[in-house]
Design a protein around this ligand. Structure first.
Ligand SMILES: NC(=O)c1ccc[n+]([C@@H]2O[C@H](COP(=O)([O-])OP(=O)(O)OC[C@H]3O[C@@H](n4cnc5c(N)ncnc54)[C@H](OP(=O)(O)O)[C@@H]3O)[C@@H](O)[C@H]2O)c1
Length: 344
């Protein structure tokens, strides 16, 4: 089978008109491959992307010589519209970030399980913001959920310019107090899904040299040895490290990668966790509202810092965790956890 990579044969012999038609055809095939890549297995997707890249590169090379050097826009620029995808947008931090991104995004894609909450937010944003809002009710823990989401975006002619990996939940009690199903669900939602989504949307950002990946991590990911948050803090530490490496790999590429590490924020998080009563004992100075957090996030996104800890007290805690000798930091965090957090 002849592939796009083999197709540089006798192009020199083509007239400018024929070259234009070949460029258009290559762009069409590239778009089609991009579209189809979201409904196939990941092995096959890699192959389709290689073909898509080959089409794109060939179209760009040819387009330079078409019409006396008039440059042709990159393959999908004119066809796909940029969108902001926020996972876990039905409440708390995700919903607040949706209100913020709705002010400057063309299309906002809200993802979570609760359809009614997403619809409510979409209706509110339709009144208050210019962005078109697409609500996608999806359990991201289901197999194929990521493919379904990206397939839906491709079918709507959207490419992901901003990805906010936010969906998450906490677990209560010691590590062995959680069932494997709960632990697996946390690993899937808070490690695999953000990693997979990032892997799938990054190439298009790189191609266009623009994009933002905002990972909602946690202060817990910066503090060593948090009993009662065993997997949670490990998962958040993973997200922080992933963000740092991605930021380094994509430095100078026009892609902004940031790990946001909030401390305690008033959302449904602690009610879902079942520790709301207990958390009320925590002094108010530790808490932040979602609006405060969003203001921090908006400012931080303008800068270059990769790991962002919002709030003075949280920054002090992060600094202590970093500079104190490890046994001291462990003792402090264990005492704090015993007092305020998580018993099964
Ligand atoms: N609140 C805090 O103190 C705090 C501090 C640091 C970091 N964080 C992080 O901030 C993020 C957001 O939490 P939050 O505080 O805003 O809590 P929240 O109000 O409970 O929001 C969690 C969001 O995740 C969604 N979600 C949960 N499971 C899902 C699934 N299987 N598929 C799709 N969506 C799912 C929920 O929507 P549905 O239930 O509708 O699916 C909801 O929109 C989390 O990653 C959390 O770890 C929170």
């Amino acid at each position: 089978m002849t592939t796009a990579r083999d197709a540089s044969w006798s192009l020199d012999a083509l007239t400018p008109g024929d070259r234009r038609r070949v460029v258009d055809a290559l762009r069409y095939v590239g778009r089609d491959l991009h579209h189809r890549s979201f409904s196939v297995s990941s092995d096959r997707r890699e192959l389709l992307w290689q073909e898509m890249d080959a089409c794109l590169q060939l179209a760009e090379r040819l387009s330079v010589t078409v019409d006396s050097g008039a440059a042709v826009a990159p393959l999908s620029d004119s066809t796909f519209r940029p969108c902001t995808v926020i996972t876990g947008a039905s409440s708390g931090i995700g919903a607040a970030l949706a209100r913020s991104f709705a002010q400057h995004s063309e299309v906002l894609v809200l993802v979570a399980r609760r359809q009614d909450r997403l619809d409510e937010l979409a209706a509110e944003l339709a009144q208050s913001a210019a962005a078109r809002v697409v609500a996608v009710a999806l359990d991201l823990n289901q197999p194929q959920a990521v493919d379904q989401l990206l397939g839906r975006l491709a079918a709507n002619g959207l490419w992901v310019e901003t990805l906010v990996n936010n969906a998450g939940f906490g677990l209560r009690g010691s590590f062995e107090a959680s069932s494997w199903m709960q632990l697996e669900s946390m690993l899937r939602l808070m490690v695999e899904v953000p990693t997979e989504l990032t892997r799938l949307v990054l190439p298009e950002m790189q191609r266009r040299q623009q994009g933002t990946i905002l990972n909602i991590a946690s202060l817990a990911g910066l503090i060593p040895g948090l009993p009662g948050s065993t997997l949670y803090s490990a998962v958040k530490a993973y997200l922080i490290r992933l963000s740092q490496s991605l930021a380094a790999e994509n430095s100078g590429s026009g892609i902004r990668v940031m790990a946001l590490c909030p401390g305690y924020v008033h959302t449904e998080f602690h009610a879902v966790l079942g520790v709301e009563q207990r958390m009320q004992r925590l002094p108010g100075v530790f808490w932040m509202s979602v609006d405060q957090l969003v203001r921090w996030t908006e400012r931080a996104l303008q800068g270059r810092q990769v790991v962002v800890v919002p709030g003075r007290l949280n920054r002090l805690i992060a600094a202590l965790a970093h500079y104190l000798p490890l046994p001291w930091a462990n003792t402090l965090s264990a005492a704090f956890s015993r007092r305020f957090r998580s018993r099964p």
